[in-house]
Design a protein around this ligand. Structure first.
Ligand code: PMV
Length: 310
């Protein structure tokens, strides 16, 4: 093998987080301007493989930190290629932070898997790549829905409902502004919290889930038809419902308000909640720039712009 290179992207959930766990549809978008890159360099047998990633630098075997699961990504790929004895040094470089619902874990696994496949000049089908990524992610996350793996390695928005995935073709131009509250929210904690509230009050929480599902279904149709104002309205509705599930955070609410008061068509949290990022929809570049500036001055740690094009 030679040195291999792999690339994936960040993702954001436009709508449908949490209710997707209960079988309703969700839509995630790849953010192609926020790259995750990985390099895999073959080393001689007997040498210890090293990992250099985000907040860790040292032996791959004992790797910890945010991307501690990458050892598994290397293993599943080498097993797949029937080269379990070959070792690689791994380096990753990311344009976006971890732990903010932007899919960094699946993106890092996907980039490393692509780098190792590249080192052997092997091309695999999309299904095979997703299967490898999900195998690697299973160790770190237990029950990944596969949405992150599919979105961070693909070109199109991904719709997931009741375990079945498809891509959609958006229409119309608009901008997404993604703002990081700087608060790390645990998706696991959020999902477990919702689960226990569902057990306490199946009727009430079930109704919230159904409403979220309806908004998501309609929002996906809006995006396919280029109905951006309606889409924004549904994002606002979803934010009310997500707060009712108690996965909000005052900093999320503050930034959502900022975006709306600066002309966003809609704004909501994105991902697991309890922190993480806010997503705002803007109809023009000028609106998006104005919203970004206001979000920054109201405390967003980082703000990214994404152009949605048909
Ligand atoms: O925090 P993220 O971006 O990994 O999104 C979590 C989405 C949930 O619906 C809350 C959980 C899930 O597994 O779908």
């Amino acid at each position: 093998p030679h040195e291999g290179y792999g690339q994936t992207w960040a993702k954001t959930i436009l709508i449908g987080e949490h209710s997707v766990v209960y079988g309703h549809p969700a839509l995630a978008l790849p953010l192609h301007s926020l790259k995750m890159q990985a390099w895999a360099t073959p080393i001689a047998s007997g040498q210890q493989a090293q990992l250099e990633a985000l907040d860790y630098s040292g032996s791959l075997e004992e790797s910890g930190g945010t991307f501690g699961g990458l050892k598994r990504a290397v293993e599943v790929t080498l097993n797949f290629l029937h080269h379990p004895q070959q070792a690689f040094n791994i380096r990753t470089q990311s344009d976006f932070p971890a732990g903010r619902g932007l899919g960094s874990s699946a993106a890092a696994s996907g980039a490393v898997i692509r780098a190792i496949l590249d080192a052997y000049d092997v091309e695999v089908s999309r299904e095979q790549l997703l299967d490898l990524t999900n195998q690697a992610e299973k160790i770190t996350h237990g029950h990944p829905s596969g949405l992150d793996a599919a979105t961070t390695s693909g070109l199109k928005p991904v719709r997931l409902a009741a375990g079945s995935m498809s891509t959609i073709q958006p229409q119309g131009d608009a901008y997404l502004v993604i703002a990081d509250t700087g608060v790390v929210g645990s998706t696991k904690e959020a999902v477990e919290g919702v689960r226990s509230r569902f057990q306490e009050d199946p009727t009430g929480v079930g109704q919230l889930m159904d409403s979220l599902g309806e908004q998501s279904e309609a929002a996906i149709r809006d995006l396919e038809n280029g109905q951006m104002e309606s889409l924004g309205h549904r994002m606002n509705e979803a934010q009310v419902l997500l707060n009712a599930l108690q996965i909000g955070h005052p900093k999320l609410d503050l930034l959502v308000e900022t975006a709306r008061s600066c002309g966003a068509l809609g704004a909501k949290l994105t991902g697991g909640g309890l922190g993480g990022c806010v997503l705002a929809l803007a109809s023009t570049k000028e609106d998006a720039d104005r919203i970004s500036k206001a979000l920054r001055s109201d405390g967003a740690q980082q703000v990214w712009l994404h152009q949605m094009v048909a």
